[in-house]
Design a binder for this molecule. Structure first.
Ligand SMILES: *[C@@H]1O[C@H](CO)[C@@H](O)[C@H](O)[C@H]1NC(C)=O
Length: 351
């Protein structure tokens, strides 16, 4: 009798665990975007926009320079770990991984890319339309791997994540004024990019995505590169660039609101990275940082990619004292702070 009761209890516990899990869990994190979320896809295409050499990755497990533009892990890696999945998300183009690995998370992101085709052309990196093509190929492989129904169910619960836009403004608008700047006002260009973002979300929705986290822009005006060219402003954050990021975020939020109302079953969560990042930038000591205006790598003012290399004698010893790793990318420590904040706030409902 006792035996039977305990069996029944065990079954109930198991059922509860099963339905409990199925209700809340995110079974995979599927990533699109630029260097903020690229774990190394650019290692496998012809481009000079790379970081698969030291000192990149020196605080990554095994000290491995994977191609992440960071000393360690990126925000999607921390999300994945927080959802109880793997600690790092593999790059789709890395032949070391298979569909079995990608079934619980994959990144199609490419450093240097943007919403705009012009932006990806600058560094010969993967344009967004091509990231989407890779996703379609992945979906087919997933159907073969786990069966179509299981794959569809998985994708419906998976967290899709996009993070891009900074390069559109930096590379294609400010650095190359003959390009988009001659064609569009900032307002028009932002609207153009938001239009591409909207098409992208509609496409992944049609392919089965339901939970989408739409990444916002960082305080672009506070990136060490932008500070170092702000000579008139004495190296302060550039207010106009920060405003541009906030305005663009406002348009992304409006887009999310619109599509959340229109598309049945979709849940677009806007990820505000601007506020938590600026909070740290304005109070670095409160978080144990000693340097915020210059980055760890090299002189900390202009170096990234090949300029940030092991022969550069100025690179800092302890990246945890720095908010930025290279002239445009945060250290792992800032990414970790931002990721923890988002997991506790916007993404808490998915855990
Ligand atoms: C970007 O290029 C692709 C491939 O040529 C094209 O299909 C797409 O329409 C372009 N996107 C925009 C917004 O022009």
């Amino acid at each position: 009798m006792i035996h039977q009761i305990s069996l029944v209890c065990l079954c109930l516990v198991k059922m509860f665990m099963f339905f409990g899990d199925a209700r809340a869990k995110v079974p995979a994190v599927i990533v699109f975007g630029d260097s903020t979320v690229d774990p190394g896809n650019n290692n496998f295409i012809k481009t000079i926009v790379r970081s698969n050499f030291q000192p990149y990755g020196r605080d990554f497990p095994g000290g491995k320079p994977t191609g992440r533009f960071c000393n360690g892990r990126l925000v999607p890696d921390f999300f994945s770990e927080a959802f109880g999945l793997k600690k790092t998300i593999p790059a789709y183009l890395d032949p070391a991984y298979s569909i079995e690995d990608f079934a619980t998370g994959v990144s199609f992101a490419s450093a240097g890319t943007g919403y705009d085709n012009f932006t990806s052309n600058v560094g010969s990196v993967i344009p967004m339309w091509k990231e989407l093509e890779y996703f379609k190929e992945y979906e087919k492989k997933l159907f073969d791997f786990m069966g179509k129904n299981n794959a569809k169910n998985m994708l419906r619960e998976a967290l899709f994540l996009t993070s891009l836009g900074t390069n559109d403004f930096i590379e294609n608008y400010y650095i190359n004024p003959a390009g988009r700047r001659a064609q569009f006002t900032v307002e028009e260009y932002s609207n153009y990019l938001i239009g591409i973002s909207e098409s992208f979300i509609r496409e992944i929705y049609n392919l089965g995505a339901r939970k989408i986290s739409l990444g916002g822009l960082p305080p672009i005006g506070c990136l060490p590169l932008i500070r170092s060219i702000n000579i008139k402003g004495g190296g302060a954050c550039r207010a106009d660039c920060n405003k541009l990021a906030r305005d663009f975020d406002g348009k992304s939020i409006a887009l999310a609101d619109k599509l959340n109302k229109e598309l049945t079953g979709i849940k677009i969560l806007f990820l505000n990275v601007y506020n938590p990042a600026l909070q740290v930038i304005n109070n670095p000591q409160a978080y144990g940082f000693e340097s915020v205006a210059v980055a760890c790598c090299g002189t900390g003012t202009i170096e990234m990619s090949y300029l940030c290399n092991r022969d550069n004698p100025f690179t800092c010893m302890d990246a945890n004292k720095y908010v930025f790793w290279d002239a445009v990318h945060p250290t792992e420590k800032l990414y970790h702070i931002v990721a923890d904040h988002l997991m506790k706030t916007t993404l808490a409902e998915l855990v």
